[in-house]
Design a protein around this ligand. Structure first.
Ligand SMILES: C[S@@+](CC[C@H](N)C(=O)[O-])C[C@H]1O[C@@H](n2cnc3c(N)ncnc32)[C@H](O)[C@@H]1O
Ligand code: SF4
Length: 385
């Protein structure tokens, strides 16, 4: 019988890393693993508080994702206790996706087996590159061989849904090197591949190096060329580009991320985690100690709350749906916001006529436009809803 309840996605942010990568502004602390027990306790408090605060009876848990940071720094017992607590929030979906991110060189076969046994059925491995020099530049603390062995161990542990992350447009990387990285990952044969263009984020070492002129980022045209090369290569090997940065074998799209991008309600736990639930968004402090103290002493970590107005919701719908191959359903958009986007944005559609197409009632970005998606989305947004 089909489940008539609504899907819910759950996210746990694990804010610990062995070392901080040059480019990363995700909230994580290096060398702070002594705080893991207190963090886990606070997390259990937060999950318990959520069960009392929200009426989740009309939902089923569709996906769960542990990201970070580095979730594999949590020992299996801790991870199992957190997972069990999440499972009590409401009923589980029949084919729930339960995934986690792991870092090569830090995860063992024993741990992967334990994760599989406790119910994880998807693992995403942060490989980033198979070039020792590029890994060093990015301050990754693993070797290319570690990435390969993490993949082999994930298979041995019984994971049949494995993803690998790679980064391109890294200073020093050529198109040939990028192709070789991709080919090595394709040869391993994961079900899913994410490719991210290296971005310079505030507060990172990379930002300081670029500002000081020590590092020069690749020109935008080279970045775009690498994106196109990657897309062609992956598609030729049977990976479908279902979202700008994500490719999968049929049936293996990341359902958790799709839930974010298609407006499914989600609850996030842990410092810096975001939630989007019943039209409201909130996010926890990006500060481990405030998070722990708040949860343990008051049962509340003082998240910042935003009620999403119609204009913001419309813009977000454009932004997220355009990143998906399936595109933006124009009828749904009009029924929700009362805006006929084709009329409202006719000049923009004219401007991007090579990069946008309308097919079966969906506004889609064409292959020529994927690498320009941020500019295109920005032009289409700013809707007065
Ligand atoms: C934040 S990490 C968390 C998972 C894990 N710790 C890892 O390093 O793979 C998730 C993904 O975001 C990517 N990422 C983080 N910052 C980035 C940036 N500035 N540019 C491109 N990719 C980035 C990481 O390399 C990784 O593939
Ligand atoms: S990329 Fe991953 S390992 Fe590196 S600092 Fe960010 S979260 Fe940690």
């Amino acid at each position: 019988m089909p489940n008539t309840n609504r899907p819910l996605a759950l996210y746990v942010h694990v804010p610990f890393c062995k070392a901080k990568c040059t480019y990363c502004d995700f909230y994580s602390l290096a060398g702070a693993e002594d705080n893991i027990p207190a963090f886990a306790e606070a997390l259990l408090q937060e999950i318990d508080a959520a069960s009392k605060q929200h009426d989740l009876n009309s939902f089923f848990i569709d996906t769960i994702f542990f990201g970070g940071g580095t979730p594999n720094l949590l020992d299996p017992d801790t991870l199992a206790a957190i997972l069990d607590a999440l499972r009590t929030l409401t009923q589980m979906g029949e084919d729930v996706e339960i995934g986690l991110e792991v870092n090569p060189g830090e995860v063992t076969l024993e741990r992967l087996k334990a994760y599989r046994n406790m119910g994880f059925n998807r693992v995403s491995i942060g490989m980033q590159s198979f070039q020792p020099k590029l890994l060093t530049f990015m301050s990754r603390i693993h070797s290319p061989e570690d990435a390969i062995s993490a993949y082999i161990m994930a298979r041995k542990a019984g994971f049949t849904n494995v993803s690998g992350d790679l980064i391109f447009a890294v200073p020093g990387q050529t198109r040939q090197i990028w192709e070789s990285d991709l080919k090595q990952l394709i040869d391993l044969g994961p079900e899913h591949i994410s490719t991210y263009s290296l971005t310079v984020e505030e507060g990172t070492a990379l930002k300081r190096w670029v500002d000081a002129g020590h590092v020069h980022m690749l020109e935008e045209s080279i970045d775009t060329g690498m994106y196109d090369v990657g897309r062609d290569l992956l598609e030729r090997h049977g990976y479908v580009n279902y979202e700008v940065s994500n490719y999968s074998r049929p049936g293996y799209r990341c359902r958790h991320n799709l839930n974010y991008w298609t407006g499914v309600d989600y609850l996030g736990f842990g410092p810096s985690a975001h939630s989007f639930f019943q039209g409201k968004r909130w996010w926890n402090p990006r500060h481990l100690q405030s998070y722990i103290t708040g949860m343990v002493e008051r049962g509340d970590c003082d998240p910042e709350i935003e009620t999403i107005d119609a204009g913001t919701a419309a813009n977000e719908m454009i932004l997220t749906r355009l990143r998906l191959a399936q595109g933006l359903d124009l009828d749904i958009f009009e029924s929700r916001f009362g805006i006929n986007l084709l009329d409202e944005k006719a000049p923009t559609l004219e401007k991007w006529s090579q990069e946008l197409s309308v097919q079966q009632g969906h506004l889609r970005v064409t292959p020529a436009g994927w690498s320009l998606i941020d500019e295109i989305s920005a032009d289409l947004m700013t809707v007065n809803a």
